[in-house]
Design a binder for this molecule. Structure first.
Ligand code: ATP
Ligand code: MG
Length: 239
């Protein structure tokens, strides 16, 4: 029997922050090859900071990050996108003055070949974008913008897609669409690590979850166990 494959993403003992003060400390997170993993936690817990540190936007002060069993600790974003990480930030995740097609082309900037084919692949996944390829992103609804941001991050066929609050400020119906898209992207072979405020809905489509509070791992487990936990329901699901 061959050994099980390493997790797509393995973060251990990660400490990072801004300036002099560590904001997240000793964080450990794993994402398996076929998993959807969600990080929840209160405002200011450090959720976005963890994603930024993994993606090389912040320096790793301590700890290790591995992708498919290979160290990527401290690599800059432009290296990480080539190695298979897609990242959709919480804000400013598209170029408003450019068209849908131009946004997708920029997302595929390092592709040597197959740019047009990959844009068609994203259009097939998200028909709402295919309907108006030459529309400026500034004219799109919130939900369409989020769809475009995700489509852009998929242009380089990432093994791991990191999403920072993909459902933020969307209507309930668009929120559901975004989560359906996440499930479909995962079904097509991309592991997902997402941060979400809509914790109940996010956990309900996830395999596992992490609760971050005050910059540390507070709880972790199968998403179903977190949804059933009294502590999680009381403190983090507002029940
Ligand atoms: N650019 C920055 N410079 C200095 N401190 C920052 C910066 N960005 C965030 N922080 C601080 O780091 C802490 C964690 O912020 P972070 O954005 O990671 O939280 P979060 O869990 O993503 O919160 P939210 O749910 O509001 O998005 C907060 O105390 C915040 O004030
Ligand atoms: Mg955040």
């Amino acid at each position: 029997m061959s050994p099980p494959p390493p997790p797509v993403l393995s973060v251990s003992g990660l400490t990072s922050g801004y300036g002099e003060v560590p904001v997240v400390r000793d964080i450990s997170i794993e994402v398996g090859a076929s998993e959807i993993v969600t990080i929840i936690g209160p405002n200011g817990a450090g959720k976005s900071t963890v994603l930024k540190a993994i993606f090389g936007l912040l320096r790793t002060w301590d700890g290790q990050v591995q992708l498919d069993g290979t160290s990527i600790t401290g690599l800059p974003p432009e290296r990480l996108v080539r190695q298979g990480i897609g990242y959709v930030p919480q804000t400013e995740n598209i170029f408003s003055s450019l068209t849908i097609r131009e946004n997708l082309a920029i997302g595929g900037f390092t592709r040597a070949t197959g740019l047009a084919e990959r844009i068609d692949w994203v259009f097939a996944l998200f028909p709402v974008l295919a309907e108006r390829p030459n529309e400026r992103a500034s004219r799109l609804s919130g939900g369409q913008r989020q769809t475009l941001a995700i489509g852009r991050a998929l242009m380089l066929e990432p093994r791991l897609l990191m999403l920072d609050e993909p459902s933020a400020s969307l209507s309930p119906i668009m929120l559901q669409t975004v989560f359906e898209n996440v499930v479909e992207i995962n079904r097509r072979g991309t592991a997902i690590l997402m941060v979400e405020q809509n914790a109940r809905q996010a956990l309900s489509i996830s395999h596992r979850g992490y609760v971050l509070a005050n910059g540390i791992n507070r709880l972790t487990g199968p998403a179903a166990d977190l949804l059933a936990s009294d502590e999680v329901r009381r403190l983090y699901l507002g029940e």
